[in-house]
Design a protein around this ligand. Structure first.
Ligand code: WT7
Length: 653
């Protein structure tokens, strides 16, 4: 949080205000009435939200917090998530509505109606059953952005087998760790997917990961690119052979509201990713309600697009479960924003008449860099609402988004949430809120957020502190897979009774919330969480590295960039980095974790700044990485270390 003083002061000088467009206010799905209802009776509010879904058995209790911090929601209720996302729409005459306009990166397309998707999901559910998958068994997915990814997730949900989707950009090593942690026995993957104009392989990473996962018995492989793949007979089976041969009928079974739906791994402050567990009834309730309210979804008219990867929670909640539960038409795009040209997103908006776009500030800042003439070449008049997620959006990026993409008409909703929260927590409701560029405003109806000081006391308006959530919410994580103690320690111990989000925040004079970024050793690169320790462990696993310290430094495009300070082993210590070694170390991190974790900069140093108790003072390294005068160095064992580091660095550092 160092250096935030200035950021804070700048943010609080932000005085532009944008009231809701009158047409949107007049027809809004949710507004002040929702806040009033939730304030009057939170349980009744969430019960009404749950009633938007179809339950096979009613619940007997809305929230059970008697075993806090282990929550149960909608106790006794039973439902099937896939049937809620598909079957009821088909049954009620919405089968012909398009569920997904899928656009492959090379320009191939597929249109899937709700009826098509239901048939495919039933086939895939039958295929998983044939592979021996039963309710409760974990299935790992390592997929590109293709319709089969959605199909596989819903097929798992349909038979009650929790999925764990591993982002296709992660390494074999990362995949292996996740498969082992949740003990998945079946993996669904593809030969590859298209990225940056070329086929990018996935299957080799699965093969490599499985060399050390003896319990995985089946790998279901989608043919997407047609590239050559290695094959293990008896283990590997083609999706088109197995799924294609199945009947399109499958009777969905209703599962308990607390039945596990999925595990999503995310970085914490240690090297080992945490398996965040989400369950069925509360998750779908809040995801569906928030999607409907925050994006003001009108299922008959809207064409909704979350431009994110399904391998992150954003994709789970707002590409798959929320949009399908609400029966809206979505866009699903496989590739990168600049393939084959920098206007690709805007071409897609124009082609499908996208009305609501949801993406990350890092993308917005990239588009800013490319220039507003690029979106200016396309007809974006279908857009009516814009959303932002993943990291703090600076007021200038917010203004650019509203202006260059939203033609100065579309509200921008800045949605704060996390893998752990499952759904939006702090966000404007676009038909009700007067927007402030850069602020997520206040907690949504039914959600309680606070900003507290070191001792857990709420700070007065105009001050900053730590963001906490003071009441349980339906889509909250239930635990960390296999590690209840870590769940308690990570989220519920810093401020007893409150959920500690790990973010710094400020309340302005109106009590509205401004998010300021992580306060722990977690970096946020392009809206993705990466732990400093995870990258440090990867670096130290390289034979040339003796010690490493990693910090997130402000980056104009990606929010934060990873800067690594390394001490080399033996002869190399104290050298200036030769470019070749730095390149090798960057590649090593990419191989260990994935390309998103590749450091922006690697600096070789002779020593690291440490406190007397031996803790690395990342704060000082961040000062260096961000070109700031050093903060307080009095707790350093040896303050000359910092001079040595600074003197030894290339000018650009
Ligand atoms: C962390 C959660 C939520 C899905 C994508 C990321 C940061 C998220 C915002 C926002 C400021 C934000 C926080 C949070 N973050 N949204 N609107 N404004 N910061 O999910 O990987 O679990 O990361 O992302 O630091 O703690 P995630």
């Amino acid at each position: 949080m160092d250096g935030d003083g200035e950021t804070l002061a700048n943010l609080l000088r932000e005085e532009r205000r944008f009231p809701p467009p009158p047409e949107m206010a007049a027809a809004a799905n949710a507004g002040e009435d929702a806040f009033r209802a939730a304030d009057a009776d939170g349980d009744a509010f969430w019960a009404a939200a749950a009633a938007r879904l179809e339950w096979a058995e009613p619940w007997t209790q809305v929230r059970d917090w008697s075993r806090a911090p282990f929550a149960r929601w909608f106790t006794g209720g039973r439902l099937n998530v896939a049937a809620n996302c598909l079957d009821r729409h088909v049954r009620d005459g919405r089968g012909d509505r398009v569920a997904f306009h899928w656009e492959g990166e090379p320009g191939d397309t597929r249109t899937l109606t709700y009826a098509d998707l239901k048939d495919e999901v039933c086939r895939a559910a039958n295929a998983l059953l044939e592979l021996g998958v039963r309710a409760g068994d974990r299935v790992a997915l390592y997929m590109p952005m293709i319709p089969e990814t959605v199909v596989a997730m819903l097929a798992c949900a349909r038979i009650g087998a929790p999925h764990t989707v591993v982002f296709g950009g992660f390494s074999a090593e990362a995949l292996r760790g996740r498969i082992l942690d949740c003990d998945a026995r079946v993996v669904v993957t593809a030969d590859g997917g298209y990225r940056k104009g070329a086929a990018s392989a996935l299957k080799p990473a699965v093969d490599e990961a499985l060399e050390q996962c003896p319990d995985v018995r089946s790998v279901l492989v989608v043919r997407r690119t047609g590239q050559d793949v290695g094959w293990t007979d008896g283990r590997d089976v083609w999706w088109h052979d197995l799924v294609g041969a199945q009947p399109a009928e499958h009777e969905p079974e209703a599962f308990d509201a607390e039945h596990p739906l999925y595990i999503m791994y995310t970085s914490g402050t240690t090297a080992r990713p945490k398996g965040i567990l989400h369950t069925t009834g509360g998750y779908l309730t809040q995801v569906a309600w928030s999607h409907w309210a925050v994006f003001d979804i009108k299922p008959e008219q809207d064409v909704y697009w979350t431009a994110a990867d399904i391998g992150w929670v954003t994709g789970h909640s707002y590409i798959v479960y929320g949009p399908l539960a609400n029966g809206v038409t979505s866009v699903l795009y496989e590739g990168t924003p600049d393939t084959p040209h920098q206007g690709r997103w805007w071409e897609i908006v124009q082609k499908y008449g996208v009305t609501i776009l949801y993406c990350a500030p890092t993308a917005i800042r990239t588009f800013m860099k490319w220039g507003e003439e690029i979106p200016g070449r396309f007809d974006l008049s279908s857009l009516r609402l814009l959303g932002s997620v993943g990291e703090p959006i600076n007021p200038e990026a917010w203004m650019w988004y509203r202006h260059a993409i939203g033609s100065d008409r579309c509200p921008v909703v800045d949605t704060w949430w996390q893998t752990e929260t499952g759904a939006h927590m702090i966000s404007p409701l676009p038909g009700a809120a007067t927007l402030k560029p850069g602020s997520a405003l206040r907690a949504l109806p039914g959600i309680r957020a606070e900003v507290v000081d070191d001792t857990g006391k709420p700070v007065p308006n105009g001050s900053g502190g730590y963001l906490v959530l003071t009441e349980p919410w339906p889509s909250m994580l239930r635990t960390i897979w296999g590690d209840e103690q870590r769940y308690i320690d990570t989220y519920w111990s810093r401020f007893p009774g409150y959920y500690f989000a790990g973010d710094g925040a400020k309340k302005d004079e109106d009590g509205d919330i401004w998010l300021l970024g992580r306060v722990d050793d977690v970096m946020n690169v392009s809206g993705h969480r990466i732990s400093t320790t995870e990258v440090e462990s990867a670096l130290v696993s390289h034979p040339r590295v003796a010690e490493a310290a990693v910090v997130g430094a402000a980056d104009a495009t990606t929010g934060q960039g990873i800067v690594a300070f390394v001490i080399l082993r033996g002869d190399g210590g104290g050298d200036t980095p030769d470019g070749e070694l730095a390149a090798k170390l960057r590649a090593h991190v990419a191989k260990e974790i994935g390309p998103i974790a590749r450091p922006r900069q690697i600096l070789v140093v002779g020593e690291l700044p440490k406190t007397r108790s031996g803790k690395i003072m990342r704060r000082l390294l961040r000062d260096i990485a961000e070109n700031r005068p050093l903060g307080d160095v009095t707790t350093l064992t040896d303050s000359s270390v910092m001079d040595a580091i600074r003197d030894g660095l290339p000018a650009a550092a």
